[in-house]
Design a protein around this ligand. Structure first.
Ligand code: XMP
Length: 510
């Protein structure tokens, strides 16, 4: 049985960061909303209580009954978590005179305490709280302090229950990773055996058991998630996995053939379906972005449905859903949010398909998916590929889409992307692409006046696509790419570079 740490989410913006830090120690963990604590069985080695935007003194603040955590189970409260443990156990939590945000240095550290083993006496920590613990809870001892915060950390005497008011999970807490490791390894006795290889082994074994001799259909997109999901399933059930890779006519230049070859080289049982004309027909005369997305989604469902009906007795649909899509996080504006984001790589399939869903990656973050892919021998080119939207170039062609516009944008995009690769810039960029603008502008080529298309280039840095900033690509590089595009792509006489961040702009233009 996989041992794990449970993280109870009280709504902090950095709860996912706690999970990342735990997993970086090769220890598996799961996040739950504070009021949905799962059953604590023998696989659970410890519980971490997150921070929160609430004050424990607020009436509507999270107030779970933690008595279901068995006696003797290690617990670490972080920020709100520490204040909650203090408040509910006879400690005093006050609104602090000075809100405590930002860097602070410890001024007292009890190095004999297991949580603080090896922590320098002036270690920098990151504070972010409006309340402060004035007196520690009954039967607890202060284990570290800063100049301003006497109860920076405490432990219940004789118990493995700790609280720290700073955030060890954030980068600015210089020794935060050591503190978490001390808790996880020395206190919780986690064995640090959750590695990409062990994930592959256990997941493949689980899939074998779950799927037996059943047939599974999976829509490949050329992206990292669907590819890694396919490889795991392939290892588990071999030729009972039927992959479908649809050419919607909106992919990058030559991408359909190249990716299809790559998949076949990996031994996948994959069928390439060229449905470009169906998608162009569905898009004809549509220029509203949402209508375009819908038309593409519907066309995809039709193609996928037709293809999966050709597979006899298929009973499962595999999806490349990953952990950020399934975490039910606590919203800052009250209660755990009722909605779990559900992201369907295949665009949401109609109920009548009646397929059961299997999602081998639903416990992994994106970079963990990459590491698992690498452990299974997928090459860096596939694993390092920039994200590419399902509706493809259609949402980078502003207004109506035609095959001719797609061809033109494919040429522009290929020059830009190959330029990034040739100049060693591709891996510094999270996502890049070109937009075909619905404007023509005047130019001059030789002695001729031209009146042609304008294109915009966009390159952003981001971690998850939720926020992004434009990349400061070298001027020399932009000059060269612009020149190449205008000289080589007939029909384009102007190139601009998008310098907007998200928010307020989005990454895609539609
Ligand atoms: P925006 O434009 O919202 O994009 O800043 C954020 C990320 O999501 C991708 N994106 C999509 N992916 N279907 C997808 O599969 C879509 O309809 C879609 N729209 C945007 C976008 O490429 C970026 O990575």
């Amino acid at each position: 049985m996989q041992e794990k740490i449970i993280i109870l989410d009280f709504g902090s913006q950095v709860t996912q960061l706690i999970a990342r830090r735990v997993r970086e120690q090769n220890i598996y963990c799961e996040i739950y909303p504070y009021n949905k604590l799962p059953e604590i069985d023998e696989t659970v080695k410890g519980v971490i209580l997150s921070g929160s935007p609430y004050s424990v003194r607020d009436e509507e603040s999270p107030n779970p009954d933690l008595s279901i955590i068995p006696d003797g189970m290690p617990v670490l409260g972080i920020c709100y978590g520490a204040q909650f443990l203090a408040h509910t156990n006879g400690g005093d939590v006050y609104q602090s005179d000075t809100r405590e945000y930002g860097r602070a240095n410890l001024s007292y550290v009890d190095n004999s305490n297991p949580l603080l083993k090896g922590i320098p006496s002036d270690s920098q920590v990151w504070m972010s709280h409006g309340d402060t613990i004035n007196t520690p809870p009954a039967g607890a001892t202060i284990i570290c302090s800063t100049e301003d915060v006497k109860v920076a950390g405490y432990q219940f005497d004789g118990k493995d229950i700790f609280g720290v008011q700073f955030h060890p999970e954030v980068y600015h807490s210089k020794d935060g990773a050591t503190m978490l490791k001390n808790f996880l390894v020395d206190v919780c006795k986690c064995s640090q055996d959750w590695t990409p290889d062990s994930f592959v082994d256990t997941t493949v074994a689980d899939l074998k058991e779950q799927l037996g001799n059943d047939k599974v259909v999976l829509g490949l997109s050329g992206g990292v998630d669907s590819s890694v999901a396919a490889m795991l399933l392939h290892k588990a059930i071999g030729s009972n996995l039927y992959c479908i890779f649809v050419n919607n006519g909106l992919l990058r230049k030559n991408e359909f053939g190249a990716v299809l070859e790559q998949y076949k080289g990996l031994g996948l049982n994959v069928k390439g379906v060229d449905a470009s004309s169906k998608f162009y027909e569905a898009l004809a005369d549509l220029s509203d972005p949402e209508k375009k997305r819908k038309a593409i989604g519907n066309a995809f469902i039709e193609v996928f449905d037709d293809e999966s009906h050709l597979i006899e007795d298929v009973t499962w649909l595999a999806q490349g859903t990953i952990y950020p899509d399934v975490i039910e996080s606590v919203s800052a504006t009250g209660g755990p949010s009722a909605t779990i984001k559900s992201h369907h790589n295949v665009g949401g399939l109609p109920d009548y398909m009646k397929l059961k869903i299997v999602e081998p990656l639903r416990s992994l973050f994106k970079d963990e998916v990459r590491r698992v892919g690498r452990a299974m021998g997928l090459d860096d080119e596939l694993l390092g590929r920039h994200p590419f939207p399902g509706p493809g170039l259609a949402i980078r062609i502003l207004g109506d889409v035609t095959a001719e516009k797609v061809r033109l944008l494919q040429e522009v995009d290929a020059i830009f992307i190959n330029g990034l690769k040739d100049n060693g810039l591709y891996d510094d960029v999270w996502q890049a692409g070109a937009m075909l603008l619905p404007v023509k502008s005047v130019g001059v080529m030789g002695d001729e006046r031209t009146y042609e298309n304008a294109v915009a280039l966009r390159a952003v840095e981001s971690t998850d696509g939720m926020t992004a900033d434009w990349v400061h690509l070298p001027y020399e590089f932009l000059a060269k790419v612009s020149n190449d595009i205008i000289n080589k792509v007939v029909g384009v006489n102007r190139v601009v570079y998008d310098i907007s961040s998200k928010p307020p702009a989005t990454i895609e233009w539609e």
